[in-house]
Design a protein around this ligand. Structure first.
Ligand SMILES: [Zn+2]
Length: 427
């Protein structure tokens, strides 16, 4: 139900993202190169009297094969192609391949065309995941647990990982925004090279809702290398020299991007003082209500590690336990993000004995008395029964500290008596 696993869980989520890139750096930097279109899907095309038919599928393959050849000479890179010949792999195949390969970077190469027959549009542009795609992207990341699990160890650690819990969602959201940030960086490098090295006209880096970008769980860019219906562009992208120059610009951007990633991994974080634990424990009070909910109740909005404590007839639902300020703040944010807008952090003195009163365990409440043959009565013969406003309350035990009560509650839980509630009685 709660508590002891909390530290592990949260620290794991935190260290997971710090460790994410370093795990990557130990293996080869994996790239998926995607030559747009292919086979019966010709893509953008145009016939010219002097240079003949310029077809997107041929241009993209030409550039990708040249780029791949350069990368393959460098043993730091592992290159995976979505196609190496004139065939048409589906878009789903392309993104599945990238996700399964746990690629570090996905690069899709395309050729542009503008709607008007008189081609005034010219130059290159690079697309990254659109601004409103986080939802779809997140769903992919959730579905692609294999992508998120980098190795067997992660899988073990994430054995209880629940993709729809708010804790995991927040972690995934952080990951998504990192992918977008990384995509913007590599996209900017590519366009920069087109301008500075190749003297091309750049239309910049843009966000758009495109399948190959939306469905990928890694930094991804889609490069439009020129307009097929602009004569100068068409000429450039259909020649060996033009394709080679484009491939080199992308190659240089990849090399620089990898350097940046490696530097981020290797450079030690600037001296951060180790966080000292606080004297008190902190739990997030989600709500105080006369209603009794069990773990799975929708009212708890999917949050786990809930500790209800009954006080003066009201049930107070607390989320998480920590004596670290950073975790307390994260827990509070998680609670608010989950919809408990008025939640607040409450401080508890650890192992504090109540001056007057005691803690007890509410084992069962109901309009009817427990049957004399019930398991609860058999297991706890000295259970105490009270009747209040027509409801029977069965309680058990007297504990001086909250920790003792939690321990007793856990023992009962282990024996099969679930959903008991700790009650604080001040007299
Ligand atoms: Zn295309």
């Amino acid at each position: 139900m709660i508590r002891s696993t909390l530290y592990n869980k949260f620290f794991f989520l935190l260290t997971f993202f710090i460790g994410f890139s370093s795990l990557h750096s130990q293996k080869k930097f994996t790239l998926v190169l995607d030559a747009g279109h292919g086979g019966s899907d010709i893509g953008a095309n145009r016939n010219y009297s002097d240079i003949g038919s310029v077809q997107e599928k041929n241009v993209t393959l030409g550039i990708v094969l040249k780029l791949g050849r350069m990368l393959e000479k460098n043993k730091d890179y592992k290159v995976i192609y979505t196609r190496k010949i004139d065939e048409y792999p589906s878009l789903t195949y392309r993104t599945d391949l990238a996700n399964r390969s746990k690629a570090d970077l996905f690069i899709s190469v395309h050729v542009n065309s503008s709607p008007s027959k008189s081609a005034t549009a010219q130059g290159t542009e690079t697309f990254v995941q659109g601004p409103n795609q986080n939802r779809a992207n997140l769903d992919v990341a959730k579905a692609e647990n294999d992508v998120i699990f980098l190795d067997e160890r992660d899988k073990e650690n994430f054995a209880s990982y629940n993709p729809s819990s708010p804790e995991s969602l927040i972690a995934l959201k952080i990951q998504q925004s990192k992918y977008l940030e990384a995509s913007l960086i590599i996209g900017g490098m590519v366009e920069d090279n087109f301008v500075k090295k190749d003297k091309r006209l750049s239309r910049g880096v843009k966000q758009e809702n495109l399948h190959v970008l939306r469905m990928n769980a890694m930094p991804s860019i889609l490069i439009e290398t020129g307009f097929v219906n602009n004569y100068d562009d068409a000429h450039y992208i259909s020649t060996e020299d033009g394709q080679q120059a484009i491939a080199e610009s992308i190659y240089n951007a990849i090399v620089n991007y990898k350097k940046l990633v490696d530097r981020n991994v290797k450079e030690p974080e600037p001296e951060k003082p180790v966080e000292q634990p606080l004297k008190n424990d902190f739990r997030i009070l989600l709500m105080s209500t006369p209603n009794k909910y069990n773990d799975q109740d929708p009212a708890l909005k999917g949050l786990k590690y809930i500790l209800p404590i009954k006080e003066n007839g009201a049930y107070k639902y607390y989320y998480g336990t920590t004596n670290y300020a950073s975790v307390r703040d994260t827990n509070l944010k998680t609670a608010k993000d989950a919809g408990f807008r008025n939640s607040m952090a409450i401080s508890f003195v650890p192992n504090q004995a109540l001056g007057t009163g005691y803690y007890t365990l509410e084992i069962y409440t109901g309009k009817d008395k427990l049957d004399s043959k019930s398991m609860i009565l058999k297991m706890i013969p000295d259970i105490i029964r009270n009747k209040e406003n027509g409801v029977f309350y069965y309680t058990f035990g007297k504990y001086k500290t909250l920790e003792d009560a939690i321990k007793a509650q856990k023992e009962l839980d282990g024996k099969g008596i679930k959903n008991t509630i700790i009650e604080k009685r001040l007299k």
